[in-house]
Design a protein around this ligand. Structure first.
Ligand code: NAP
Length: 311
């Protein structure tokens, strides 16, 4: 039988933004409910070493960090105004405010070998994993802003960066393209797709890629130590489409310097509204902002109408 749960703050999504919002809302005594998806911990559960989250001098693991956040948020119940959300199980969650923190999913090529080496030489985040390729050869796949930025960023660590793009022109902004073409460490391979990621099993490491030229059909192999897939992200916003304003790519729009959406009492934090930074720490920061803004919103609602009107 389905159950009904009500909270002042209903948080949907359990990555760094959702967990941080839960911690802050719980500290505000708002007894939040956090509704997790199929992948509690979000993208952090598919990364391995994390070196860029403050407070940890040693390398930590993404899934471990998510577990620590979950433990901190354990005082909360996991599981229209008030807003109503219905879970897969049929359970109904209502909230006086809602924080959407459902994140974004990196797009992958869909190759079985990509799956095998993910976290072992294949990554979708240069800022997270680039450091591990110091002095090595890496490949970036994609032709948009992300791919170009990642390729440029990776030259800080890698010896050589090859950008593989399926067409003969980049989609990235001109200024980024200029920077890319000027960089002596970067080589661009046009009109090619990665057909296979090559590697060895013990220890599991990437050794190269097999490319297919889309114009000629020719197959070539190139050695490399790492492959960064940068073919875009998809924000998880399908369930709010038509209810909240989204940008062209489906990211939730919020007011400047705020997590407030167009609907009063509905906030959005983390990668679901941020396509630029996409870091665990920036998502966590936005989760904190959303909880504080929800708290402020609820406090204003509880004020007598005469006080509100006088403001
Ligand atoms: P994007 O603009 O959608 O670019 C994705 C790239 O991947 C395209 O070049 C596309 O090729 C290629 N691609 C897609 N599927 C592929 C596949 N299966 N195999 C091979 N290549 C594939 O994604 P993005 O670069 O992540 O950017 C997303 C949004 O965020 C954009 O609006 C971007 O401007 C914005 N962004 C902005 C900044 C910034 O302002 N600094 C930084 C990052 C991102 P085609 O070109 O052939 O379609």
């Amino acid at each position: 039988m389905s159950e009904r749960h009500h909270s002042k703050v209903l948080i949907i999504g359990a990555g760094p933004a959702g967990y941080t919002a839960a911690i802050y809302a719980a500290r505000g005594n708002l007894q939040p409910i956090l509704v997790t998806g199929l992948q509690p911990g979000g993208q952090m559960t598919i990364t391995t070493d994390v070196e860029n989250y403050p407070g940890f001098a040693d390398i930590i693991q993404g899934p471990w960090l998510m577990e620590q956040m979950r433990r901190q948020a354990v005082a909360i119940d996991f599981a229209r105004r008030p807003f109503v959300a219905t879970g897969d199980s049929g359970d109904i969650y209502t909230g006086d405010t809602v924080i959407i923190a459902t994140g974004a999913q990196a797009r992958w090529l869909g190759l079985p070998s990509e799956e095998v080496f993910r976290g072992f030489g294949v990554s979708a985040c240069a800022t997270c994993d680039g450091f591990f390729f110091r002095g090595k050869d890496v490949v970036v796949v994609g032709g948009g802003n992300t791919a170009v930025e990642e390729a440029i960023y990776l030259t800080n660590h890698a010896r050589r960066v090859t950008l593989v793009h399926r067409r003969d022109a980049l989609r990235a902004e001109k200024i980024l393209q200029d920077r890319l073409f000027r960089n002596p460490k970067i080589v661009v391979v046009w009109d090619n797709v990665v057909e296979e990621i090559l590697g060895v099993p013990e220890p599991l490491v990437v050794t190269g890629i097999r490319l297919r030229n889309l114009r000629t059909g020719a197959l070539t192999e190139q050695s490399c130590d790492g492959v960064f897939i940068a073919i875009g992200h998809t924000p998880v916003t399908g369930f709010v489409a038509g209810q909240l304003p989204l940008d062209q790519e489906g990211y939730i729009l919020t007011r400047p310097d705020s997590t407030e959406t167009e609907i009063p009492g509905v906030f959005a934090a983390g990668d679901v509204r941020d396509k630029i930074f996409r870091q665990a720490v920036t998502a966590a920061g936005m989760g904190c902002m959303a909880a504080l803004e929800a708290e402020k919103f609820l406090a204003a609602q509880e004020e007598p109408v005469s006080v509100r009107a006088a403001k």
